[in-house]
Write a protein that binds this ligand. Structure first.
Ligand SMILES: Nc1ncnc2c1ncn2[C@@H]1O[C@H](COP(=O)(O)OP(=O)(O)OP(=O)(O)O)[C@@H](O)[C@H]1O
Ligand SMILES: [Mg+2]
Length: 266
């Protein structure tokens, strides 16, 4: 079942068109990762899909209904987005930030009720940040902070979760921790995930489907084995690579090769 669909999308900043003539279909229960070079329009596409950025052309459908039928609170009850750039003053408490996730569910008094506080606690427990709830966000490590942001998106209680680079600035152990959490949210709660990652090997390992973008368009979409091909990586990233098979996780992985055909460290 398609839960989110974009048709003939065009998105610009001023005169500059970033996303052009792009069609995308998101199936329920899958984990999608968008990969592509810096500046190719990944974040712009995610902002457009979650209606955080206006489209120049095209239509977006949420569970087959045109997204324009919904007001912003209704959209936020269905799709949560964790943007790439998250600026808040460092002295805001963790529990307050996670509480922001409840915003679309609040009544006209904009006040967290008992059930909202329970959901906030649930989200903090699920992401392992409950012990940090009274800490100020500015005092947390990168990995802790990242989990707090995911808790905020989780508290929104949506069926679709969009995560723009949830692993940036994290060491490998914390990258794995965040991606294991994403996997658990997908498996246990059935949340459909759309994320952006730059590490192609982690993308191959943690995604059921990969969307490859270049110059504001989708080059190819499919299961990791279909997408991770030498010619695709050459076309999109301009690199030569050897594609191998990861026996442990049963997914492809790649090793970039330099011009002299010598293998270089990943
Ligand atoms: N607010 C903005 N105003 C003007 N141009 C913008 C704005 N945001 C992004 N752009 C431009 O749009 C293009 C696409 O940006 P976008 O952030 O979507 O890329 P991206 O694929 O997410 O890149 P990255 O991998 O570096 O995050 C870039 O050239 C960028 O400079
Ligand atoms: Mg981006």
């Amino acid at each position: 079942m398609i839960v989110l669909e974009g048709k003939e999308l065009e998105i610009s900043y001023g005169e500059r068109t970033i996303v052009r003539d792009l069609d995308i279909e998101i199936e329920k229960g899958e984990v999608y990762t968008i990969i592509g070079p810096n500046g190719c329009g990944k974040s712009t596409l995610l902002k457009g899909l979650s209606r955080c950025k206006k489209l120049d052309k095209g239509e977006i459908y949420l569970s087959s209904n045109n997204i324009n039928k919904y007001n912003s609170k209704e959209v936020a009850k269905k799709v949560a987005i964790l943007p790439q750039i998250r600026n808040v003053p460092g002295d805001i408490k963790v529990k307050t930030i996670v509480g922001y996730g409840r915003y679309p569910h609040l009544g006209i008094r904009n006040h967290l009720e008992e059930k909202d506080i329970k959901t906030v606690e649930w989200a903090m427990k699920k992401t392992g940040v409950i012990e940090l709830k009274d800490r100020e966000i500015g005092t947390l490590s990168g990995g802790e902070g990242q989990r707090v942001w995911i808790a905020m998106a989780l508290a929104q209680k949506t069926d679709i979760l969009i995560l723009d680079e949830p692993t940036t600035f994290l060491d490998i152990s914390h990258q794995l921790e965040v991606l294991e959490l994403v996997k658990e949210l997908n498996k246990e709660l059935g949340i459909t995930i759309i994320m952006v990652l730059h590490d192609l090997n982690l993308a191959a390992r943690y995604s059921s489907r990969i969307i490859v973008m270049k110059d504001g368009q989708i080059v190819v979409e499919g299961i990791p084995d279909e997408v991770f091909k030498e010619n695709v990586l050459e076309k999109v990233f301009g690199i030569r690579a050897s594609i191998m098979h990861d026996e442990i996780h049963n997914c492809p992985f790649f090793i970039p090769i330099n011009k002299n055909n010598k293998k270089i460290a990943v």
